[in-house]
Design a protein around this ligand. Sequence first.
Ligand code: NDP
Ligand code: MG
Length: 384
Amino acid sequence: MTAKRRIAILGSTGSIGTQALDIIDQHPDRFEVTALSAHSQADMLFEQVREYRPKMAALTAGEVAIPDDLQFCDWYFGEDALSTIASTAPCDDVLVSVVGMVGLRSVLAARAAGKRVLLANKEALVAGGQLVMDACVSTTDDPVLIPVDSEHSAIYQVLLASKGNPYERIILTASGGPFLTWTHAQMQTAKLSDALKHPNWDMGQKITIDSATMFNKALEMIEAKWLFDATPNQIEVLVHPQSIIHSMVSFQDGATLAQLGVPDMRAPIAFAMAFPDRITNGTPPLRLEQLAGLSFEAPDLTRFPAIRLAYDCLRAGGAACCVLNAANEVAVDAFVKGIIGFTDIAKVVEQVLQGIGHLSADTLDDVLHADKQARARAQAFIHT
Ligand code: NDP
Ligand code: MG
């Protein structure tokens, strides 16, 4: 038996984080948890630390009293704690599964310390794609960045199987979310509870709302650009409501290769964690004969402007994608708090993109500056 892979999980109390722990429960001989982090769910993190006994743990929302029986672990608090444990935890892999662009610094910190990044946190790539990719150049045959997002895991798996043959197009599939069949007028009155009813996936609140606006797919288009060095013209979005085909890649010989499976995030999480092995993870087998059928349609760019905005940002370059992400994070938060309506989310993002002008994204300071500017503009637009 080879040595256990030591893993740090940033965002262990979230949807991806808890599913990663579920996989570890199924394979205690393969993995050892050496660090965990949560933001504000301290009690849940305490339970996890009790069970997995990591060497380090972080609560990013700030300091709280640590129970006596958990003093064996080194505790870190506040925003910087994420990067601290990403770089100093005794681990091989860092699963970055926090939500939002706060993940960017921890990705860079993990890489600076030579750790492999298993990346669920798409906002890091969207905001600082060039920085992340520059930090993730592998000097060996082993990858140092493995995507966890199901679409990108699918594309990654297809490209591995196609052995360096250049692809023509990446076809990102999208469920279409809960409002796929709603009219624009209906979407204008959509409530938070409507937006949180995702048809196929059980995910954290922010990504579920992003799926309803299709900003999730917009972020994934940008994620694909960086991970697979794709031009905007090589990236397509195809609505596939059943979420069985996780994405496809087409080649110049006319072949289109797809990766399929029951929609269960444990499959791509386990793929990344056990790479290059494939391990059981609880995902049920796919039984195509039991499905009523697979269907496909082009996305409606009028009801879902997010996709159009992503193409604009990909073509604009600079920090445009970072601005899109930041404005979206602020707008989603305002929607959750009942300050703006559902269809206002895209309006906020579009207004911020139109008003901000060209910003560069060459350095981390550039990215943080663009992020800050975009957040301020989004807040100003929301509160006028
Ligand atoms: P959740 O909201 O379920 O979990 C987020 C995690 O991040 C929690 O552990 C949370 O801590 C922590 N967190 C929240 N805010 C902060 C902060 N400001 N600083 C540090 N940590 C923070 O999200 P998901 O698990 O759904 O998503 C995580 C990431 O993975 C996102 O980027 C998402 O886009 C991506 N992803 C998720 C998929 C899914 O199926 N869920 C699929 C593909 C990608 P606490 O619990 O204490 O609040
Ligand atoms: Mg996805």
